[in-house]
Design a binder for this molecule. Structure first.
Ligand SMILES: *[C@@H]1O[C@H](CO)[C@@H](O)[C@H](O)[C@H]1NC(C)=O
Ligand SMILES: *[C@@H]1O[C@H](CO)[C@@H](O)[C@H](O)[C@H]1NC(C)=O
Ligand SMILES: [Mg+2]
Length: 271
């Protein structure tokens, strides 16, 4: 039985951010499966006076579809509580007065409904899958190269991922192609970028030291949150590996078996 390590963060905790895949559920065939105890843990957090948000790297499905899946699994969760790279990109675009040319998966387009897309002055690419045709890549290239100062945003930068029928090229490959063609460096939006976590904190109207992030990915969830001044706790579910505990640069503030245990620790006032 591995040790439980828990941060002593006084009585200042006012909010919790949960990673989704590997903390709430494990992906697999169909909707995947809920991790034992996590549905109840979310219910308990919601019944407490802590603010709760969820944060994922998902960039193919719109939040509507993604949240519907979690609801089918039994989670009490709504779209407004979920942060994924697309809405974070929307916030950045609005903040900086940028109008994007979009090269994203069709199912993701509704996320950008509220953004002015005429006369684009930047490019946003996501995991567009079969939409990454020569024509579409070239269109994105032409927009970028035509700008006085090209601005490229990438929703994640994965190299490849696995689906039922085999490995698939991910958005990072196409991001690199556009970087190379235009001599730009893309701004990556998603965990572990500080701007991504900051969006969530802004929405919670909380300071980073008042919030704890719980995730299964030591570098992107725990390390990313710590960079922002939050406490980062790792669960031993999802992609957790025992070797995470000897990581050269990231040391979790806490390590627990699963979300259920983390929530019990939080609510019993041990934090
Ligand atoms: C969208 O941007 C264009 C180009 O800057 C501008 O002319 C237009 O007024 C904007 N539309 C809205 C609804 O803000
Ligand atoms: C999320 O996306 C970021 C940015 O591309 C990447 O560095 C990270 O590995 C991803 N994290 C997870 C948990 O998939
Ligand atoms: Mg995860």
């Amino acid at each position: 039985m591995a040790d439980t390590v828990w941060p002593s963060c006084a009585k200042s905790l006012k909010g919790v951010i949960l990673d989704m895949c590997g903390v709430l559920y494990d992906s697999g065939e169909g909707d995947g499966v809920a991790i034992p105890g996590s549905i109840e843990a979310v219910r308990k957090l919601k019944a407490s006076d802590l603010k709760l948000r969820f944060c994922t790297n998902e960039s193919q499905a719109s939040r509507d579809k993604f949240v519907a899946k979690l609801q089918r699994l039994g989670f009490d969760i709504s779209v407004e509580e979920v942060f994924s790279p697309a809405p974070a990109a929307v916030a950045v675009l609005k903040q900086r007065g940028l109008r994007p040319h979009l090269l994203v998966y069709d199912a993701l387009l509704p996320e950008f409904d509220s953004v002015n897309k005429s006369d684009p002055n930047c490019v946003v690419i996501g995991d567009a899958a079969e939409k990454f045709s020569y024509q579409n890549m070239n269109k994105a290239f032409r927009v970028l190269i035509g700008l006085e100062k090209p601005v490229l945003f990438s929703l994640g930068k994965g190299k490849y991922y696995k689906e039922m029928d085999g490995l698939k090229l991910d958005v990072g490959v196409y991001m690199k192609a556009l970087e190379y063609a235009c001599d730009v460096e893309a701004e990556v939006i998603g965990k572990p970028a500080a701007s991504f976590f900051q969006c969530v904190l802004n929405d919670m109207v909380l300071q980073s030291h008042e919030v704890m992030m719980i995730g299964d990915d030591l570098v992107n969830d725990v390390g990313g949150a710590q960079q922002c001044g939050m406490k980062g706790v790792q669960v031993r579910t999802g992609k957790y590996r025992p070797s995470d505990q000897n990581h050269p640069t990231v040391v979790a503030d806490g390590t627990v078996d699963d979300l259920a245990q983390a929530v019990d620790m939080i609510l019993s006032g041990r934090c």
